[in-house]
Design a protein around this ligand. Structure first.
Ligand code: SF4
Length: 238
């Protein structure tokens, strides 16, 4: 156990160093906080050691109450305010009128349009003017994420993308959370390894992949919200 903790602290130190380097090289830097387990590690490191990084989350308007409760816990623990970015009200009204309030269940196009209005457009506004954004993506999370690079030019959004937890295992993430007594979303204790919007997230069964509970009615290859590409489009840059 002592060896595991040492290894995790060394990895955390490497994350701190890469974040500090990103601030030096690509300032200003923003962290798109997903509020998942990986986000607890990154929030702890950023708000404790690299506080100049802007931390924001996208409030799609369809999040779980447990996720809002977690935001409160984080803000109390660190004495910081999470920047919340909301969908454009007019776009949301047009979406509901056109697709219906739960239109995302009816077709892939409707689901992607909902993610566009509730996540992608707010995300674009949130990162406007930044030199780099940070994600909590890990290589083992999906076949697509396995192809990510620690630092790459994000051609889709026109800034650098840094994924400092890419080589972390799920066990290491949880060991860091427990050893630092960090808050986390209580839905993780109810078989929700990946948490998004209420209508598009369910608990998984034993043996299912960790992203099986996201948009479970779709083909596995379409199960991304659009913030991370479904195919590799960008060339890795050191
Ligand atoms: S995850 Fe579901 S509810 Fe949330 S933005 Fe995407 S389609 Fe809409």
């Amino acid at each position: 156990m002592g060896e595991l903790l040492n290894r995790i602290e060394q990895k955390a130190e490497a994350v701190r160093a890469s974040l500090a380097e990103a601030v030096r090289t690509h300032t200003p830097v923003a962290y798109a906080n997903s509020l998942g387990a990986e986000a607890m590690v990154l929030t702890d490191i950023i708000w404790t050691h690299v506080p100049e990084i802007d931390v924001f989350s996208i409030d799609t308007g369809r999040l779980h109450q447990e996720t809002y409760d977690l935001m409160e816990k984080l803000q109390r623990r660190y004495g910081r305010t999470l920047r919340l970015v909301h969908p454009d009200a007019g776009a949301l009204e047009r979406l509901s009128a056109h697709r219906g309030v739960n239109g995302f269940y009816h077709s892939l196009d409707a689901r992607l349009e909902c993610c566009q209005v509730r996540k992608i457009e707010p995300f674009k506004r949130a990162i406007a003017g930044f030199g780099a954004w940070i994600t909590g993506v890990r290589r083992e999370q999906s076949a697509v994420r396995a192809l990510a690079a620690p630092l790459e030019w994000d051609a889709q959004y026109g800034l650098y993308k840094l994924s400092p937890l890419l080589e972390w295992s799920e066990a290491e993430v949880w060991q860091y959370i427990r050893s630092h007594k960090l808050p986390y979303n209580v839905l993780h204790d109810r078989q929700f390894p990946s948490i998004g919007c209420v209508p598009c997230t369910r608990a998984i069964q034993p043996g299912e992949s960790r992203r099986a509970g996201r948009w479970w009615w779709e083909h596995p290859e379409s199960r991304e919200c659009g913030l991370h590409p479904r195919e590799r489009r960008a060339t890795a840059q050191a």
